[in-house]
Design a protein around this ligand. Structure first.
Ligand SMILES: *[C@@H]1O[C@H](CO)[C@@H](O)[C@H](O)[C@H]1NC(C)=O
Length: 342
């Protein structure tokens, strides 16, 4: 045991040296027995309580509950898909961790993926960390999204980042990639709450991809068709100019699941159960996650994707599937049956 601790400490010391070592420190690791005894064990909330990560480790030791077993399998699948499908990768920089939000009170790191209940997760984190009072549902969306309201891991020094990556429970929530994409198209371009995205992205899409567009469409970008949106995503100029907007950027590119260790991979499709699992580990089982989607809404989301993709040629379907393939593979989604890939 001693030797093991020392080895870990040696590794920790190496990690703190420089920002470029983030990769080393953040590499997926199994939860080992030495884990509970490390520095945090004694300092965690005065040593009174088990941290969420320690609780997850406890669950993995005991006869597993069904839900804990599901999450263990998802972790295993992610790890093996990562080793199968990723090559040598560049090292992570702090800025790569912009989407990872920090709750120091409970010891949580949450990587948010837009269109996967992230507003509600931000509300819950605000409530958990005491930055907002009362029922998370009552927190206005704009407040949940206000920059800086929840600290991002990217804002810490490399040493502080590494410390949190080692000791905190790290989780993300993902969703079937094409349902997420269809949802982004609908909420941001087809039927948006505000005209921001139409002006910012819609107008650009029309100007670039629609020959002889009407002046009103070029200015407002209000009537972008799904096929045009997909053509914009596949156009090499798009990502040369700037990274994809976070609403359609691939989850793996936002959260780096092959370089950070994720303890819980939550899914939109099982949001209520997975959220309850995380909240129980966080020591807040009474906090209820706001309004997970009802079965009918889930079916509607599937239908929307199927309907939108029906009019897309097999050639574009295949290219789009390739673009989002890593999200399908890493998070165990199969190619939707409505696609014509062959
Ligand atoms: C992966 O998906 C398949 C098919 O939906 C399912 O049977 C299996 O349990 C999933 N595995 C994990 C680890 O989630």
């Amino acid at each position: 045991m001693w030797r093991r601790c020392w080895r870990r400490r040696g590794l920790a010391a190496a990690c703190l040296g420089t920002a470029l070592l983030l990769l080393l420190c953040a590499a997926p690791r199994a939860l080992g027995p030495a884990f509970g005894n490390r520095a945090l064990g004694s300092s965690w909330l005065g040593g009174e309580r088990r941290s969420p990560l320690q609780k997850l480790y406890d669950l993995d030791q005991d006869p597993l509950t069904a839900l804990a077993e599901v999450h263990r399998q998802r972790r295993d699948l992610l790890n093996s898909a990562c080793s199968r499908h990723t090559r040598r990768q560049r090292l992570l920089q702090p800025e790569d961790l912009r989407h990872v939000l920090v709750d120091d009170t409970h010891g949580l790191l949450y990587c948010y993926v837009p269109k996967v209940a992230c507003t509600n997760w931000k509300r819950v984190l605000l409530a958990l960390s005491g930055k907002a009072r009362g029922d998370p549902r009552a927190i206005p969306a704009h407040e949940a999204h206000a920059p800086g309201r929840l600290p991002s891991l990217a804002d810490f020094s490399p040493a502080e980042i590494n410390r949190r990556l080692r000791a905190y429970l790290t989780f993300l929530f993902v969703r079937e990639p094409f349902e997420r994409l269809a949802s982004a198209y609908r909420n941001k371009l087809a039927r948006p709450y505000s005209a921001d995205f139409q002006r910012r992205y819609g107008a650009r899409i029309v100007q670039r991809l629609r020959p002889r567009a009407l002046p009103v469409a070029r200015a407002r970008g209000h009537d972008v068709r799904f096929a045009e949106f997909l053509a914009y995503l596949l156009d090499p100029r798009t990502r040369r100019e700037e990274p994809f907007n976070e609403h359609w950027e691939r989850a793996h590119a936002l959260c780096h699941p092959c370089r950070l260790r994720y303890d819980v991979v939550g899914k939109f499709e099982t949001l209520a159960d997975d959220a309850a699992f995380v909240l129980a580990l966080a020591g807040a089982p009474d906090l209820s996650f706001p309004a997970p989607p009802r079965p009918r809404a889930a079916a509607a989301s599937q239908d929307l994707a199927a309907r939108l993709f029906r009019d897309i040629s097999p050639f574009y379907q295949r290219r789009l599937f390739d673009l989002y393939k890593m999200d399908f593979l890493l998070f165990n989604y199969s190619a939707p049956s409505y696609l014509r890939l062959h």
